[in-house]
Ligand binder design. Structure first.
Ligand code: URP
Ligand code: ZN
Ligand code: ZN
Length: 462
């Protein structure tokens, strides 16, 4: 079915104008000040966007949906995650494939893909985690890249689980350079964290409030420096995920000054939540345990300003949903057993609009760039995604900036029993969300088709 979006204020990173957008066969086919009624197919869906913004569909470059982690599994599947994403204006997800240490990479890729195929209502692709890199599995990574996954993920953290040895890290980054794929990286020094965790627990410091002290900013900055050193030696392009603090941003920018091709992602919890949330009593703080941890408030200004100056390329979520009632509480006797993650897939765009744009920290065009276009460009999806151009996929968000409401668990489609932003004032909402020309969400409710999401094959671009 054709889709006509009439009279909206169309916002891209480089443009801001009023006009009509018409889509047929899943693509944008016309963008004009006023599209003649005669050109509109009978039965076309017509959306009145007057007084509203029209954004390219938002892209979340860092989510976990199927995630075996810390003795449990993340609580969403592609159905709940898609509904939550779409309700919040996100039309494309990039999920991390996180296999176990003994899993075969190709089998992991097939498994993760199978989880998405029947249930996704958004388009999706993956970053392929390299959790070990022996010679004999090298060809499997080549095969995965050929199959359309043009980015790797490495963990410098999570000793004994996802963490990669330096020998394997170096070899994986060398292959990435050869194949032209970017390496996304969780940068925290695993051994330092392990030692700090052990000494805190030995001192009886077991509550969620000790999670932050077990991984201070310097541990993250060290990880960033380490990754960038390898990138400098090898010429590999790297993307630091969930950069949380001034010290880590500083290291990445210093590396960039030395000529390293490094990009920075930060994720929404670090912009709006600070360490005091994890310090809440009665185990409430467990809801806010993620890694890197929530930081001192002063870091938030650094992150917002970094986005504004475009030093920070993207704002993702690191959506990693674990229920409070029966998952987070696995760590009542030791903070090291609390599954890490703060679900935010539905709230990201509205939080950026509410706490960024409406609070005069960011402009609308920067918001679009950071929440959509940059991810498309960095990960080989542009201009199919992240753009409002003729020929682009008709992934479009009609956004009502005058909407007023509250963030709440009741509004959330994610399979979790809490909302980290419960009761916060919300300014703005996606009124209509289309994926490839079909409306999939309206006013926070899913109205689309489960299983319609497509796997996005990506070519190496680095
Ligand atoms: O706390 C987090 N970030 N959980 C998900 C796993 C990861 O490190 O991305
Ligand atoms: Zn991580
Ligand atoms: Zn993550």
């Amino acid at each position: 079915m054709a889709l006509l979006i009439r009279g909206g204020r169309i916002i891209t990173p480089t443009e801001d104008y009023t006009g009509d957008i018409y889509a047929e066969d899943e693509k944008i086919t016309r963008i004009e000040p006023r599209i003649d009624d005669k050109l509109v197919a009978a039965g076309a869906e017509i959306v009145d966007a007057r007084g509203k913004y029209v954004f390219p569909g938002f892209i979340d470059p860092h989510v976990h949906i199927y995630l075996p982690f810390m003795g449990t599994y993340a609580a969403d599947d592609y159905e709940s995650a898609s509904k939550a994403a779409l309700a919040g204006g996100t039309t494309t997800l990039i999920e991390m494939i996180c296999p176990g240490a003994t899993d075969e990479p190709v089998a992991a890729f097939e498994l993760w893909k199978s989880k998405a195929e029947k249930l996704a209502a958004v388009d999706y692709t993956f970053h392929m985690s390299v959790v070990r890199f022996e010679e004999h599995i090298r060809d499997q990574f080549r095969e995965i890249v050929k199959a359309g996954v043009a980015s790797f993920k490495v963990f410098l953290a999570y000793k004994g689980a996802l963490n990669l040895s330096d020998e394997h890290l170096f070899a994986a980054m060398k292959l990435a350079k050869e194949l032209g794929v970017i390496v996304t990286a969780h940068c925290e020094n695993a051994d330092a964290i392990d030692a700090l965790q052990k000494s805190l627990l030995a001192a009886g410091k077991t509550g969620p409030e000790w999670h932050g002290p077990s991984r201070p900013p310097i541990v993250e900055a060290d990880g960033v420096h380490h990754l960038c050193t390898f990138a400098e030696l090898l010429g590999t392009h790297v993307y630091i995920v969930h950069t949380s603090c001034e010290a880590a941003v500083h290291q990445a920018l210093a590396a960039r000054k030395r000529g390293v091709n490094v990009w920075i992602e930060s994720v929404i919890p670090h912009f709006v939540l600070d360490e005091t949330y994890v310090e809440r009593g009665g185990f409430e703080g467990a809801k806010y345990v993620m890694s890197p941890p929530l930081r001192a408030k002063s870091n938030q200004t650094v992150l917002w300003n970094g986005v504004k100056s475009r030093d920070i390329s993207t704002i993702g979520t690191d959506h990693a949903p674990f229920r409070f009632g029966d998952q987070k509480n696995m760590g009542t006797d030791a903070f090291t057993k609390i599954p890490n993650g703060i679900p935010s897939i539905q709230e990201r765009v509205d939080l950026v609009h509410t706490c960024g744009v409406a609070a005069n920290r960011l402009g609308l065009q920067v918001m679009v760039d950071a929440c959509s276009t940059q991810a498309a460009k960095l990960f080989g999806l542009y201009p199919r995604k992240g753009a409002i151009q003729l020929g682009s996929d008709a992934d479009l968000v009609v956004y009502d900036p005058s909407y007023r409401g509250k963030f709440s668990k009741e509004c959330s489609h994610s399979n979790v029993d809490y909302n980290a932003y419960e009761g916060w004032e919300r300014r703005g909402r996606a009124s209509v969300v289309a994926v490839r020309g079909q409306v999939q969400a309206r006013d926070g409710e899913f109205v689309g088709t489960i299983g319609r999401g497509q796997f996005l094959k990506r070519d190496p671009t680095h």
